[in-house]
Design a protein around this ligand. Structure first.
Ligand code: HEM
Length: 606
């Protein structure tokens, strides 16, 4: 059934394609040939088109026939043409995916979204098998025309394709990719300018960007950025001390995450209020968040709409894209240019950009180290690392509020290990296993990226299918994590030694940082930032559920005021990164001594 519809659609596309080729090449030749030779040109083009269409059809049909012999994974029955499109909830879809998997007794689920195939991987076994063991079959993200073509965010590490080729959305590039990639043997790439059929030598791919990132983010190198993490964490403590309003907690954490990342990326000194770099970067996160919501812009489903002029009625998406494009460009270029200037003058602070530019200066032969790739890599860090860090710290606070005994136990361990008058340091990590267990449990309990998407280019599963590893299902699998919805850091602690022990509950890092070639390159830095922030918050603050006064009418019929605990609703905003919505709580220094400690610790840095 599915193949029947998609074959019809494909036939239509191929015939449209043949016409398109005819128009394009005829136009191209007529611009260049004299009127006499135009007729010859037309004949050549017609013959070329005919052969191309025949080859296309034979190729497409043979692939279809070969593929249709293989069974599809099970999945819920869909409606004609639209498939399962309207069966999906608009948020927290990973829960529904998991329900369907249970219903169909499968860990590989097939969904058809109006012809677009989605394959959900519900267990770590299939996810690791497909995404790690056979990672070379995966090439990139599903293409979003709004973000890539119109907002010109095609440089972002999370959007780029891993290997030599970068993806192109439009039909022309698809044809070029299919036919020419084999001929060119991985030496050229078709870039965003594909309608003009520009080819350029490739170094512009995700593998190279990840290499630049690895240079400063591998487990050893990332230690050089610890002073930035310490400073941003201490500023967070001070901000919470000065303004403990629960509705501002998430924005304080957001400031800390942004401060850390921009310092690491560029060595920037971030202001506590109205920092222009932070403001621009947050605007980019919001823009990408809005544009990345599936179905938010029709142009993603109908890429041809990108050619509609901005003044055209209903084309507000073009105007929005133009506005966002400008912010994105400034965010990418301004800080990079400043660091470059500082590096040239020799007055710079250590950062991803300065360390990578230095590698060029030293004459590296590594093709990944170009100014463009360094600029792109640094520009990707904020969007990838800010909301994720905010989500994890805020979820941890929710866990501590819901399970006060965890907070008390963690405070007791800190009090015995950390010297009086000091805040926890990175060096304390081996002696504070319970804090490490809390970080792990946070990343498992409220996993930050419940599902991600990858594009599959293999056989057995339909080529081009979107693969969705359901990390949420894996991290809440009760055979691996008994009582999975309880926030219980002790599952990672050996009761006899008191040390971290993953024999009874698997280390969540095998899932929570993503899989294979998509796995989070910022994980060591992210873990360090989470660890220090959580250890420091627990060391100096008591975090409790808020109380509120309510009016109640007693049995005697008299109205009284009563104090009640405000229960948490655990509401999250559902997106690629799920982040808790602001929640009520009380956060106050554990003592006057801890308050002084917060002030003193920050002074040391200024
Ligand atoms: C709690 C913190 C974090 C978590 C849980 C997390 C998790 C993840 C996950 C699951 C992915 C893969 C997404 C996918 O497959 O679609 C990813 C990708 C990525 N992360 Fe993180 N991340 C965190 C923090 C950070 C930080 C702080 C940075 C950098 C400063 C960072 C940089 C990146 C980048 C650049 C990618 C894209 C990699 C690629 O597509 O090749 N992340 N992250």
């Amino acid at each position: 059934m599915d193949y029947g519809y998609s074959l019809q659609i494909e036939l239509l596309l191929w015939s449209a394609l043949a016409r398109w080729w005819r128009g394009t090449i005829t136009g191209y030749l007529s611009d260049r040939l004299s009127p006499d030779s135009e007729e010859d040109g037309n004949r050549v083009v017609t013959q070329f088109n005919a052969s191309l269409a025949v080859v296309s059809l034979v190729y497409g049909l043979s692939k279809r026939l070969k593929r249709s012999k293989l069974p599809l994974p099970p999945g819920p029955k869909g409606a004609p043409l639209i498939g399962n499109l309207f069966q999906l909830p608009t948020g927290f879809e990973w829960i529904q995916y998991h329900e369907w998997c249970k219903e169909h007794n499968t860990d590989i689920l097939y969904l058809n979204m109006a012809g677009n195939v989605m394959i959900v991987l519900d267990t770590s076994k299939v996810a690791i098998d497909l995404l790690e063991t056979r990672s070379s079959l995966y090439s990139g993200r599903p293409y979003l025309t709004m973000i890539t073509d119109l907002m010109k965010c095609d440089w972002h590490i999370g959007i780029l394709t891993y290997g030599v080729f970068n993806t192109c959305s439009c039909i022309s590039s698809h044809v070029m990719f299919t036919y020419t990639s084999h001929l060119l043997r991985h030496s050229l790439v078709f870039t965003r300018s594909c309608p003009h059929m520009m080819l350029r030598l490739i170094s512009h791919n995700r593998r190279n960007h990840r290499r630049v990132m690895h240079h400063t983010f591998h487990s050893g190198a990332v230690k050089q950025f610890r002073p930035y993490i310490i400073k941003a964490t201490r500023n967070l403590l001070k901000r919470l001390l000065d303004d403990p309003d629960p509705l501002n907690i998430i924005s304080h954490i957001r400031h800390m995450a942004g401060d850390t990342i921009l310092s690491i990326a560029y060595g920037l000194e971030i202001q506590q209020e109205n920092d222009p770099y932070l403001k621009r970067s947050e605007a980019v996160v919001n823009a990408l968040g809005s544009a990345g919501v599936p179905g938010a812009f029709l142009v993603d489903a109908l890429p041809i709409l990108k050619y509609v002029p901005a003044w055209f009625p209903g084309a507000s998406f073009k105007r929005k894209a133009r506005e966002w494009r400008e912010t994105i460009r400034e965010t990418l270029e301004i800080p990079f240019a400043e660091v470059k200037k500082a590096t040239e003058s020799g007055k710079y602070k250590i950062s991803v950009v300065s360390a990578s530019l230095q590698k060029i200066e030293e004459g590296t032969k590594d093709e990944a180290f170009t100014e463009e790739i360094i600029q792109n890599t640094a520009g990707s860090l904020f969007t990838a690392g800010s909301d994720t860090t905010v989500s994890a710290i805020a979820s941890c606070i929710l866990g501590l509020l819901e399970y006060p005994e965890v907070l008390k136990k963690a405070q007791a361990q800190i009090d015995t290990v950390v010297k009086p008058g000091h805040l926890p340091e990175f060096e304390d990590e081996p002696s504070l296993p319970y804090i490490t267990a809390i970080v792990n449990e946070t990343l498992r309990w409220r996993d930050v990226v419940p599902i991600s998407e990858d594009e599959y280019r293999g056989y057995r599963l339909p080529a081009g299918a979107i693969i969705i590893p359901n990390a949420w299902a894996m991290l809440h699998d009760e055979t691996t994590y008994p009582d999975p919805f309880t926030f219980n850091p002790d599952r990672f602690i050996n009761p006899e030694t008191g040390q971290i022990d993953y024999t009874h509950a698997r280390d969540p890092s095998y899932v929570c940082w993503g899989f294979g070639r998509r796995a989070c390159p910022g994980r060591y830095m992210a873990f360090s930032a989470l660890w220090l922030a959580i250890a420091s918050l627990i060391a100096v603050f008591d975090i409790e559920k808020a109380k509120e006064k309510v009016k109640v009418v007693g049995e005697d019929g008299i109205e009284r005021e009563e104090e009640r605990t405000v229960e948490l609703t655990h509401e999250y905003a559902s997106s690629i990164v799920v982040t808790p919505k602001p929640f009520k709580c009380v956060i106050k220094p554990r003592s006057g001594e801890k308050e002084n400690l917060i002030l003193r610790a920050l002074l040391l840095f200024n």
